[in-house]
Design a protein around this ligand. Sequence first.
Ligand SMILES: Cc1cc2nc3c(=O)[nH]c(=O)nc-3n(C[C@H](O)[C@H](O)[C@H](O)COP(=O)(O)OP(=O)(O)OC[C@H]3O[C@@H](n4cnc5c(N)ncnc54)[C@H](O)[C@@H]3O)c2cc1C
Length: 283
Amino acid sequence: MINHFVPKNLKEALTILNKHDCYIMNGGTDLMVQKHVSTGLLPKFDKDVLYINNLKELDYIKKDEEGIHIGASTRYVEIENSPLIPNIYKRVIKEIASPNIRNMATISGNIANASPAGDTLVPLVLNDAEVVLTSANGERKMKVDEFVYGVRKIHREKNELISEIVLKPQELSYFYRKVGSRKAESITKVSFLGGVKIENKVIKDFRVSFGSVAIKTVRNREIENKYIGRNINELDINEVINDYAPLVTPITDQRSNKEYRHKVAMNLLKKFVMDIKEGGINE
Ligand SMILES: Cc1cc2nc3c(=O)[nH]c(=O)nc-3n(C[C@H](O)[C@H](O)[C@H](O)COP(=O)(O)OP(=O)(O)OC[C@H]3O[C@@H](n4cnc5c(N)ncnc54)[C@H](O)[C@@H]3O)c2cc1C
């Protein structure tokens, strides 16, 4: 028999997770699709389900010296409308799905779903955001970049849930592009985020992340460090392309083919570097 648990508070949720191996249902916008059987039939679950989307204790956005804390059940629509959230996240979230999905869906669901096409992963990884994992035994924290380690692969123990995401605001200018089949309600074929800080033509910070082109979001700190400290006039577009090209290893699927994805990813990188050389990013 499958149990459906609707806990009244976080403590009750964690007690249930300690005893039962459950699917965690947040907004359900991924999970319900994954468990969909056929039109007219209810989704089919093969193990217990724990609902957390109604937990008020996990619905908040607050800021302190550590960063911006987003409770795991906070929906995209609340994040889009909060004055505490950096614009780059709002920009990325506005291009996710449609308003009705964004009224239910959450960042923690996007992270835990661990799809290479998960759009929030691209800014979260670039900006060193963290997840807080909570169980009846306590709390631990991990960088999103480490927490997701492959397609649908995350470092979560069965008795844990993501209770919070911690954003680490950065002083960067951003260049973001999501490439899909159409403007709205489109799953990403390729996404690109570049972040840069320039002072007196010298690069003080340089970061790049790609979505949907490998088993997880691509970011490489070694390459980034190579360009930090360089004058923008000495930035060689071909050198940057050659550094990143081997890391971009997309697949062919129903949305796109690997050649197209690679080409688009490199074109976006090229545009980012050209904009830096021409005096900066103005977005
Ligand atoms: C029509 C449509 C369009 C979409 N468009 C986009 C898009 O443009 N970009 C995009 O990135 N995604 C898109 N999605 C996918 C989905 O909406 C997002 O991934 C969303 O952020 C998932 O959040 P959720 O709260 O609904 O997750 P859920 O479906 O509730 O959960 C997803 C997964 O995460 C786990 N989980 C959820 N919360 C937690 C938690 N707190 N702790 C541990 N595990 C947890 C669940 O067990 C499940 O495995 C789309 C989906 C649909 C149906």
